[in-house]
Write a protein that binds this ligand. Structure first.
Ligand code: ADP
Ligand code: MG
Length: 655
């Protein structure tokens, strides 16, 4: 193989023979069985025919960029046919007598229009179920078929890591056979069975690896056991203006048990936007403080860190706990503070957090593995990870297999689900009429600008222009502020403060308001060109309203339905239909696949080759069960799987 091809293959992630053998198809084309004669096809029918070339030529046409290649072929029954190709002049060099398999259409007016031809009789491109591979322009599926065909026989020599007992119990084939069946299935069922066999092993290795990583962590690190709740936490509970929900209490109970141990807590707190995670997080932070330690809350952006700080600071002040904010641009007395809120600046700048006992990582999926690791490495810290992009529990246990998972599945009871409407462009005037009605009633509102580009600068300019436009038109007479990622922190804080003090009626914003903004008086949101946003993102945006007892609204404005892709329509409809983040996560998974799932990139799920998390729930559960069972086994049985799992433990995993 030449260096050029090798380089092109490397771009597909294919570097070894094993990589090729494991590069399984994403779909199959059904080319049908070989017909022995053109006469077996009726006019207008497609099929594959075996034949021999008699002569071939390029027929000149009057159109300059069209070349027609005509070949006279004869099949086994002696039937002669005119085979026609477009724009493949090089075929004219095929010598007479060449054996061909032609797949194409028998034209109504005579002749056989070739869609795909194959020299020789192997039939890998033109017969039966033909694999379609994830490919690139310079290594098309067709090329990959040939390469895989050469790699496959070598698969026999790959070690089979699954213990024989497991294979027998689950009725699983050998890995080599499964690979062969995935590339060259006789039926679609056979292909799916093979994929599941490979996916199961993959998930099992992932589980074993994550469990191993967890054991290593638990063996090597310890954190201060915090004993039982003290007086500070009791005062905190008493000061809360509401009763904690059962699910919040449950989450707190789990955290309380974790904190009592010297084994460091590694818990994921999943809950939809507005489900009340912050209250639970503050509990964990205060537990550290009352035991004489420090606590930190780390957020992915300055805006979010500031928001958290503004929320926590007054509560903590009331409890006599010193807080401080630490971001790239702000730093206040960190050493003296009981609770430090900040961005990743917390872990970067040689900050002295020597007495840290509890760390909360908000929107954990926005941090890389390295950043999360830096927070815990060399320290003895209990960590609570939080995510407002909940995913189904079975998935969470795979994605975050080395964490314990706690869910707050339902928001506080006084919360009314946000009423979501989908309106088309032409009716956006009505959306603004409704928004103005809220403003006139003393409420506040958000207008989210369209996603125009990847560039923050371009986004910012668009947001400013949109704010200008709205001030002059739909929102004339109202106080309109603008929030975007290009504002300096002090400016951003000034805008947020003004909005909070109700000196602004409307915030026109980019997606920087996606997380953390918590203002119960904001009761309506308009999202412009909503079809440009992803499902999870829209759900996050929507979570900025409906945070008080008041009925809130989210109006999704888009081009007319007919102009949208089917996927965009389903996305917007799903938001109208449900306010449940877990349900939406399922829809998202179905629409986009696991590769897109937030947070999966860092945790290594992006490189699952065979598993489809949306549809392999049963396999995931089975893999977990077997992982537990196999850990009791002999080292020898586990050794081959263990080697693979070791690689997982080194490269994937969570914290
Ligand atoms: P999350 O962080 O999960 O998005 P928050 O903790 O910010 O949610 O809570 C959203 C809002 O709900 C906040 O204004 C908070 O004060 C309020 N809240 C939290 N728990 C309760 C509860 N049990 N009852 C009533 N309101 C609550
Ligand atoms: Mg929050």
């Amino acid at each position: 193989m030449g260096p050029k091809l090798a380089e092109r293959l490397a771009r597909l992630g294919l570097e070894t023979v094993a990589d090729l053998a494991e590069h399984v198809p994403r779909a199959y084309l059904d080319r049908g069985e070989i017909r022995e004669s053109f006469a077996d096809l009726s006019a207008g029918e497609e099929g594959t025919v075996r034949c021999r070339l008699e002569r071939i030529r390029v027929r000149p046409t009057r159109r300059r960029n069209l070349r027609v290649v005509e070949g006279v072929v004869v099949d086994a029954a002696g039937v002669r046919e005119m085979a026609i190709w477009f724009n493949q002049q090089y075929l004219a060099k095929l010598p007479p007598g060449t054996e061909l398999l032609l797949h194409g259409l028998r034209e109504l007016g005579g002749g056989f229009r070739v869609a795909r031809h194959e020299v020789g009789g192997a039939g890998i491109h033109t017969v039966g179920l033909v694999p379609e591979y994830p490919a690139t322009e310079d290594v098309p599926s067709q090329r990959l078929r040939g390469l895989v065909d050469e790699a496959l026989p070598l698969a026999r020599f790959f070690p089979d890591a699954l213990p024989a007992r497991l294979r027998a119990a689950e009725g699983l084939s050998l890995r080599a056979d499964a690979l062969r069946a995935a590339h060259r299935p006789q039926t679609r069922e056979e292909a799916e069975t093979a994929r599941e066999r490979l996916a199961f092993e993959e998930l099992l290795v992932l589980q074993l690896g994550l469990r191993r990583r967890r054991r290593q962590r638990e063996a090597s690190a310890s954190a201060p056991g915090l004993g039982d709740e003290g007086e500070l936490v009791r005062r905190y509970r008493d000061a809360l203006p509401f009763r904690l929900t059962d699910e919040q209490e449950q989450a707190i109970a789990e955290i309380r048990r974790d904190l009592a141990l010297t084994r460091p807590m590694q818990r994921l707190l999943q809950g939809d936007v507005g489900s009340g995670k912050t209250v639970v997080a503050l509990y964990a932070l205060l537990r550290a403080v009352e035991s004489g330690f420090q606590a930190a809350l780390m957020a992915p952006t300055e805006t979010l860190a500031e928001q958290h700080f503004l929320t926590l600071e007054p509560i903590c002040a009331g409890l006599g706990v010193a807080t401080s904010l630490l971001t790239g641009s702000v730093k206040t007395g960190v050493e003296a503070a009981g609770i430090v809120v900040g961005t990743h600046a917390l872990i970067q700048e040689g900050v002295d957090l020597g007495r840290l006992a509890v760390a909360v990582v908000d929107e954990q999926h926005r941090f890389g593995v390295e950043q999360r690791r830096a927070l815990t490495e060399g320290r003895s810290v209990h960590v609570l990870h939080m995510t407002a992009t909940p995913i189904p529990r079975t998935l969470a246990q795979t994605v975050y297999g080395d964490l314990d998972v706690t869910e707050i599945a339902r928001p506080p009871a006084d919360r009314k689900p946000v009423v979501t409407r989908w309106v088309s462009h032409e009716r956006s005037a009505e959306a603004y009429t409704r928004l103005r009605r809220h403003l006139e009633g003393g409420r506040q509102a958000f207008v989210v600008c369209p996603l125009v580009s990847e560039s923050e600068a371009v986004e910012a300019r668009a947001a400013q222009e949109e704010a200008e436009r709205l001030r002059a038109t739909e929102l004339r007479g109202f106080r309109v502020g603008c929030l975007h990622g290009r504002l300096r922190p002090a400016e951003r804080r000034a805008v947020m403060d003004a909005f909070r003090r109700r000196e602004l009626d409307v915030l026109v914003a980019t997606t920087v308001i996606e997380v953390g903004v918590d203002l119960p008086n904001a009761t309506i949101m308009i999202v412009q060109e909503a079809d440009r946003f992803g499902l999870a993102q829209l759900h996050q945006l929507r979570g900025r309203v409906g945070r008080g007892g008041e009925q809130s609204y989210c109006l999704l404005v888009s081009r007319p339905k007919e102009d949208l892709t089917e996927e965009a329509q389903r996305r917007l409809q799903a938001l109208v239909d449900t306010a449940d983040g877990f349900a939406l996560a399922e829809v998202d998974l179905e629409l986009r696949g696991e590769g897109q799932l937030l947070g999966t990139r860092q945790s290594g799920l992006a490189d699952l080759k065979f598993a489809r998390l949306g549809r392999d729930r049963r396999l995931i559960t089975k893999a977990r069960e077997w992982a537990e069972r196999l850990e009791q086994e002999d080292e020898d049985v586990l050794a081959p799987l263990g080697r693979e799992a070791g690689r997982v433990a080194d490269h994937r995993g969570f914290a």
